[in-house]
Write a protein that binds this ligand. Sequence first.
Ligand code: SAH
Ligand code: SF4
Length: 374
Amino acid sequence: MTITAPQRQNLLGMTREEMEAFFLAIGEKKFRAAQVMKWIHHEGCSDFDAMTNLSKALRTRLNEVAEIRGPRVAYEGKSSDGTRKWVLEVEDGSYVETVLIPADDGKRRTLCVSSQVGCSLDCSFCSTGKQGFQRNLTAAEIIGQVWAASNSDGPRQGSTHRPVTNVVMMGMGEPLLNYDSVLPAMKLMLDDNGYGLSKRRVTLSTSGVVPMIERLGDDLDVSLAISLHAGNDELRSELVPLNRKYNISTLLAACKRYLDKCGDARIVTIEYTLIKDVNDQQQHAQELAEVLKELPCKINLIPFNPFPHSGYETPSRNQVMRFQQWLYELGFVAPVRSTRGDDIDAACGQLVGRVKDRTRRHERYIQSIQIDAD
Ligand code: SAH
Ligand code: SF4
């Protein structure tokens, strides 16, 4: 008979409640959870022996039964505009990407986090969708992206040092199709013993999984972003096939209920990827304004980010501005989300395919090159 050693539990992705249950289960007091969470998330510590406010006996015990295992950084890039991008190797040799985008005023640093490896929803303009679905990320792999970015310049030093000020779940994958991992990860983003971000600084973006929007409203009231991309069902179904299941009116009704549950003066962010000659004409602006007229919202315009064989093109800058002006005349202020980090492909789903397609030798090579153009 072979006896295998029991697997050590990874504490990285545990919420406060889960961590308290873990400590009770090993015969310790609940308050150890807060102590260890602070070490992990405030200090970036992954070594129990460095946790000096724990007894020697507890540290030894933790080394036996637990671990703090984050993702391995396979690639790190810094763009000339300050945008940083990491390709992280997670548990089974899969890769996910995460991008940190600094605001021009230097006050905000927004981390774009992935929730799945690939995506099953196959939106026609999205390179992640084209990769197909591989698997859901665990809570540890999702919060591991925040952890890795927060500690990338050396361990984070205490809760007041904030390398990441905002998180958007807008990387690879559909977060509402991986709810059981996304929910605990977002709880850790909000928890004072985790990253202590306010609910307005944590945004979940969805292509419209209506029943899960309802559930999210019951569990957490983070900011909600909806990937709409069209104001008529025929076009939206072409771009976002999920629209055939949950159409625009069903989706926007769910958004209204979400806002009602939040109860404060909250608005939904509507994401609209502008694609040349597909959804960038005046009629499209009118249709968009019509469906949004009852919803407290702001619109973010995102010029299509091209990738090979997409079959789509980016509208000209003038066309983007014309579209913005049409919306303005219809009563909507719609900022254009600037494409940042172009020189390192820091956009949705662009780099992972590239890393994955090559040999591990190439991977080691890209790890070693210095691409900082500054
Ligand atoms: N699955 C979620 C979150 C990840 S996608 C969702 O769809 O909302 C994050 C955002 O990037 C979405 O608004 C998506 O529509 C947009 N996006 C995807 N591919 C893009 C591309 N090639 N160019 C511009 N925006 C893109
Ligand atoms: Fe998935 Fe979002 Fe890409 Fe659509 S846009 S395929 S939902 S990641």
